[in-house]
Ligand binder design. Sequence first.
Ligand code: LIP
Length: 268
Amino acid sequence: MTDLDALLALATDTAREAGELVRNRRDAVTRMRVTATKSTPTDIVTESDTAAEALIRDRLLSARPDDAVLGEEGGASAGESGIRWVVDPIDGTVNYLYGIPQYAVSIAAQQQDGDIVVGVVHNPVSRETWTAIRGGGAYLDGDRVHEAGCTELDLALVATGFGYDAARRQRQAAILAGILPSIRDIRRAGAASLDLCAVATGQVDAYYERGLAPWDLAAGGLIAEEAGAVVAGLRGAPAGSDLVIAAGPALFGALHDLLEPFRPDRDV
Ligand code: LIP
């Protein structure tokens, strides 16, 4: 087993264990108690987010004590091994709060050069697990997956999402109104990591969103790339908080050029 295989096995087991914790806590409570909010009153944290990240940190660092961790809820902890785990304990927290079965545990391993080399996205409700090792392809429950291969923008089903800030949401809605007549339709599922896995699996043809955090993007972005998609920002920029566009190579340019005039990588 290579080091990357070992990292993938650890991340997969950990994501599934955290997923069971998250699932069982959700089953127990009709409406989760919101324990904190972040950027806005709708940007929520539940006790499950915190508990799941604590479990993930414990399992990863028990196995690899010299690794670093960057988590949505617990922030950054240093390490000396050269590997940093990038963790979203519940991506799609609002879906989780409402009991909508579209949320995920996302765990990625990042090298010192910044490359994401291992990614796992696990949906605790469906118990589907997407995995990828850089250069090794993308898999859903062990079966190889590949982006849809759509070539026509007007036939493209495009996933997107919106930020928590009202002014950003207004601008994102205006951009969406501008592009909607030129594509098949949109889907707004509410979890970036699963949107990126949907691109990888061909369940949507493309995805774009502004404002993703590193933990939203890390694992799903690798999985989409390993499924043959292009994952990038505008005008050659890397995918990041300014903008993520993920689409097959036959569609990426057309979607990029449709979006670009609206400057979706800016708030004004
Ligand atoms: C969510 C993202 C989603 C975005 C939501 C939210 P969270 O992350 O995965 O793509 O549209 O506004 O940011 O907050 O549930 O971890």
